[in-house]
Design a protein around this ligand. Sequence first.
Ligand code: ADP
Ligand code: MG
Length: 677
Amino acid sequence: MNLNTSLESIKGVGPKTAEQLNRAGLFTVGDLIYFLPRAHEDFTAAGSIADAVPGKVTIRAKCESISTRAVRRGMKVTTAVFGDETGKMRAVWFNQPYRAAQLANPDEEFLISGQYEFKFNQYQITNPTVQKASDIKIESDQILPIYRAVKGLKTTVVRKILNELKTVIQFLPESLPSDVVDAAGVLPRGEALYKMHFPESPQDVLDAKNRLAFEEIFQLLLASRLNKQENTKLESWQISFDKDIVGGFVKNLPFELTSGQRVVAWEILQDFEKPTPMNRLLQGDVGSGKTVVAGIGFVQAARAGFQSAFMAPTEILAIQHAESLEKLLKPFGVSVGVLTGSVKSQARKNILNATENGDVDVLIGTHALIQDPVRFKKLGFVVIDEQHRFGVKQRQKLLEKSEKMPHLLAMTATPIPRSLALTVYGELDVSVIAEKPAERLPIISKIWSPISRDELYEKIDGEIASGRQAYVICSLIDESSKMEAKSVEAEFKRLKNSIFGHRRIGLLHGKMSAEEKDTVMQKFYNHEIDILVSTTVVEVGVNVPNATVMLIEDADRFGLSQLHQLRGRVGRGKWQSYCYFMMSDTKKPSRRLKELENSNDGFYLAEVDLEMRGPGEIYGRAQHGALNLQVATLADTKMISKASKIADNFVQSGENLLQYKELSEVVNKYQRLTTLN
Ligand code: ADP
Ligand code: MG
């Protein structure tokens, strides 16, 4: 019997059980062994009702009565009374009406485990787990694993079959190199999995998880190290650094570069000279001035005879980049072209031709750049702005438009916590612009209650009176939305017809055509509009330095990093800027808003976001799912830095990964997946 043996060949697994297991996605012995418990219940601590004190408790009792009622739409409350010889305990579940059937037999004894607390004027145990006491007699297990009930698969069934596999699990061969296991100081695989399924103490569970988490992180890190190594085998164009060209460009800028910008520009120009492709991630908070750094690369590449492509996630942004870069690049004889979805017919043909015959030095655009008809003469440098908005495939498609692998610069304003930079983004070299241009004042942020809305409008009007501009951000497009969030159109009309009747107000949202959007943005940029009422389409990259106030309606409905990105639209000029987070009600503000009120530091906020939501939420569920992390969390920085060193040592040792079949299979799969945006 090995990991690939089908479950049917296990003693006691008949066709019916096999079918149940298959439905839950479990086909082989390996599937089942790696079907890890979602939790463990410590029934050794089961006590009597009279002894229960608030906190986590487990009791052994019978169910005396149980009933369910609907309290409001979509919410069902099930209440039960448990009793033993010492007393009675009330239990409450939310939206778990099936408990009534589970607990129907008044003579059956159950183990009930959960939070015992004082709530609604009485003591109760809330949302407890329940096990039949008779189910728990499998051998002498005391700490009981609880398995996910996938498609009705019962924990008892899983446990029974695993019991048959005890010896197999114990003697499972090691999947990691032995020096890696030693260096990590973790349990051997078989022992870890055994302790996961058959723990004798809470410590067993911790040790087991520690080993399994280490293995997952190690695989991920190894994949990114190997990808990085492979990148060095690729061939790119060598673009040599011309001090006069770059120096001239920098001298001609309307500002001094910050030292962060200088360092990054230097790193890029160094990478250009190498025969291997640059593969660099540039992180810089909103407003740190990433675009001009790319501009330095463009001028160098163009003057050395190479074309560049600059891809942005929205049309507004692409056009804005094109306008600002053209001003900077033209004096140096570098030509700029724009290609977006709304460049059509003859204009489109012209730009495609000019790109193919090399007349365009820098092609700036949206996703339109990756389409088939776009061909370059000699593409040397690719820049992706706001790279988390693009998928791996899109980036790849752009890179393929060159004979040799072009140099890649991926830019992001969403700071990536260190733990993720090492794992998910591990194959990239990372550059950071930590500071903002010196003249910038930190944005003053305030959470605002709708009760004092008028007071806030006065403040905004004051800013406009002194020559500044404002954003009002709303979350949804039309009024029919169930969320009652302020609709952008309605808000636009309301402001126009009342408080700000004397101001010039513009409207911007995603349902407008690209031309309409562009016209409005251009007007705002030219200060022909005082207040721009907009949805989150302005979130990414838009740059109007004269705008100094932002009011975000229903701020509590947005995510932390999105709010930070939005806020970054102000604070881009030399004036003091303000961001007001308007609550949708008068409740207490969330931690998210409080953190934003207190900090402008994108890196700090990204760590908070990671801690609060977990990487799956932030970096896309699907991708995180594909990583298949069952035990590890990417927020575990300690584990990650430990595993990182061990992975480095392994790669440097030159040991052949193929000796470790299982490990190399997983690592190979990850290699194809990493750099998951
Ligand atoms: P982001 O990093 O968010 O993409 P941008 O590249 O859009 O930032 O730059 C924001 C603004 O700051 C632009 O108006 C740009 O011209 C300006 N800027 C960039 N670098 C500097 C600098 N060193 N000093 C002053 N202003 C700068
Ligand atoms: Mg930008």
